[in-house]
Structures are given as structure tokens and as C-alpha cells.
Design a binder for this molecule. Structure first.
Ligand code: C2E
Ligand code: CA
Ligand code: CA
Ligand code: CA
Length: 277
């Protein structure tokens, strides 16, 4: 039971009610957030384990609400997807990533490949490939400098995914399969798709060293990637022992707090300048 504003007491299902209000609040507050300048991208480097070089960077969306502060993407992205807002926001993410990529080059930093997360609500749209192509052309970014991250679960039971991936592959962008190992799609199906990079989910990276089964799983992901001629990146690498294990097992790239946390663009630019000077 809960006290209402008018002093009445009503019974309610707290979880459902709170979830509903959170969703409603996010939905109205998020509408137009990109135009009001409340969204930004934080950059997290991907490190080549063999050399320590920066091979790429993933951009992660951040929402700074004027009163509530930083709202987690885990909270607002599902709402944005459910309400159709993820399409314009995803479009903004793509453009902003390319804009910032260009400004790195303008400031004398060799820009690493940029990885952008794509929502299923973007991928299913007929115009998605054209939007990507248009943005690359407008910012004059080579397609090979852009990587699109799609999750394994998006591929399941989606004939349109196959079509879209073929179109994207044809324009020359790189395709990464995110959160690998957490979905339920069959390897037979995945192997028919033109992915360039497999992202080993943080869940498996964090289990390294906890059991021989956990280690064997990571090893098997690397073998799968090799068989499918895909590169591998491990996500959520926090400890040196994890990085050592990954390097010894042939994982090319790593991303995680051990190397760098996601950071605002200006901090990432300074981080890159310090590394290369
Ligand atoms: P993701 O794509 O799997 O991104 C990786 C998440 O792991 C990020 O959380 C990142 O900040 C976090 N992370 C990085 N290194 C470490 C580490 O060493 N340890 C731990 N514990 N975490 C680490 P974040 O930024 O909160 O993003 C959460 C999710 O929101 C992302 O998961 C992605 O699914 C989604 N997301 C973020 N930005 C976008 C976007 O622009 N578009 C779409 N569609 N989804 C996005
Ligand atoms: Ca991702
Ligand atoms: Ca390709
Ligand atoms: Ca991931």
C-alpha cells in the first residue's frame, strides 16, 4: 500500500508501478534530448594485445539529464527502443561519432576505427544502409573506419538482418557481433553472416580463471572466430591476468577498465595525444 497525494491509501504492485513511472518519465524527458544537447558519446579504446597499440574505440551513449544527472544507457535505451525514439537517437549517435572522428584527425590524432552500437529498431528499417552511406559521404569518412556493433540476439529469427548485413558489407563498413555467447542464435546461422569481428562478452572474460570450463569457453570462442575468419575483441577486461590469458589464447584486441574507462570525447582526444607524443 502507498500514500497517495490526496492522502488515500491504495494497493499496488510496486515493481510494475515504479517501472511504469520510470518508463513514462524517461519517455517524455528523452524526447528531443539530442536537440537540447543532453546526449554525448564517451569513447573507450580497444587495445591490440600483441603491441599495446590503440586499434579502435567504441562510442557509448550518455544522457545527462539537467536535474537527474547521468542516466545509464541500460535504463533509457530499452525505453527509447520501445517508444521509437531510438531511431532518431541512433541516427544522432552515428553522425556525432563521425563528426568527432573527423575532429580527431583535424587535431593531429590518427583516428582509430570507431565502433558504433546499432539498435535493432534501426537495423530493421529499409533506409538504414542509405543513412549510413549518406553520413559517411557527408563527413568524408572511409567506410573501413566505421564498425557497426550488432548483438547476437538481433540476428535470431530475423530474415531482414541477413539482407541488411549484406547491404552494409557491400558499402564496406566493418561488422561486429556484440555480446557473443549470450544469445541463442545457431552457429550455422551466424557463420553465414558477413561479420568481421566477434566481441567476447564481459561475462566470459570475468569468469577467466574461475574454472577450467570457463577458460575452455573463451578458448572455444577464439577457435570459432578463427574458423569464421573473424577478429576477436574481449570486453570488460579488468585484470592483468585476464589480459595475459587472452593474449596467450590468440585474442587480438581487448577493451576494459584495465586499459581505459569510457571517457568524454575531449578526454579521449587528450588521452590519444598523450599516447602518441
Ligand atoms: P555494450 O555495447 O556491451 O557496451 C559495453 C559496456 O561495458 C558499456 O556500458 C561500458 O561502459 C562497459 N564497460 C567497458 N569496460 C568495462 C569493464 O572493464 N568492466 C565493466 N564492468 N564494464 C565495462 P554502458 O556504457 O553502460 O553501456 C551499456 C549498454 O548500452 C551497451 O552495452 C549497449 O548495449 C548500450 N549502448 C550504449 N551506447 C549505445 C548506443 O549508442 N546505441 C545503442 N543502440 N546502444 C548503446
Ligand atoms: Ca557494444
Ligand atoms: Ca566485411
Ligand atoms: Ca557488449
Amino acid at each position: 500500500a502507498k500514500e497517495t497525494g490526496r492522502g488515500r491509501v491504495v494497493c499496488y504492485a510496486p515493481e510494475k508501478d515504479e517501472a511504469f513511472h520510470a518508463q513514462e518519465w524517461i519517455r517524455s524527458a528523452l524526447n528531443g534530448a539530442e536537440a537540447r544537447g543532453e546526449l554525448s558519446l564517451w569513447w573507450q579504446p580497444q587495445i591490440a594485445l600483441a603491441t599495446g597499440a590503440v586499434a579502435g574505440a567504441e562510442v557509448l551513449l550518455r544522457w545527462h539529464h539537467p536535474e537527474k544527472g547521468l542516466v545509464s544507457p541500460a535504463q533509457f535505451i530499452p525505453v527509447a527502443e520501445a517508444t521509437g525514439l531510438m531511431v532518431p537517437i541512433g541516427h544522432w549517435v552515428l553522425e556525432q561519432a563521425l563528426r568527432e572522428w573527423c575532429s580527431l584527425a583535424a587535431e593531429g590524432v590518427a583516428p582509430p576505427r570507431v565502433a558504433v552500437n546499432v539498435s535493432v529498431t534501426q537495423l530493421v528499417r529499409d533506409d538504414f544502409t542509405a543513412i549510413v552511406k549518406e553520413a559517411l559521404g557527408r563527413f568524408d569518412v572511409p567506410p573501413s573506419a566505421l564498425e557497426l556493433e550488432l548483438t547476437e540476439s538481433m540476428m535470431a529469427d530475423m530474415p531482414v538482418a541477413r539482407t541488411r548485413l549484406a547491404e552494409l558489407e557491400a558499402i564496406g563498413v566493418r561488422l561486429a557481433i556484440d555480446d557473443f555467447g549470450t544469445g541463442y542464435s545457431s552457429l550455422a546461422y551466424l557463420s553465414a553472416l558477413p561479420f568481421d569481428l566477434l566481441k567476447i562478452d564481459a561475462m566470459f572474460v570475468q569468469a577467466i580463471g574461475s574454472s577450467s570450463a570457463a577458460d575452455a569457453l573463451v578458448e572455444s570462442f577464439v577457435r570459432i572466430a578463427k574458423a569464421l575468419q573473424m577478429d576477436t575483441v574481449a570486453e570488460g577486461v579488468e585484470r592483468a591476468e585476464q589480459a595475459d590469458f587472452l593474449r596467450c589464447n590468440g585474442v587480438a584486441l581487448a577493451q576494459g577498465y584495465l586499459f581505459a574507462r569510457p571517457m568524454p570525447f575531449s578526454a579521449f582526444r587528450d588521452w590519444m595525444l598523450r599516447r602518441t607524443s
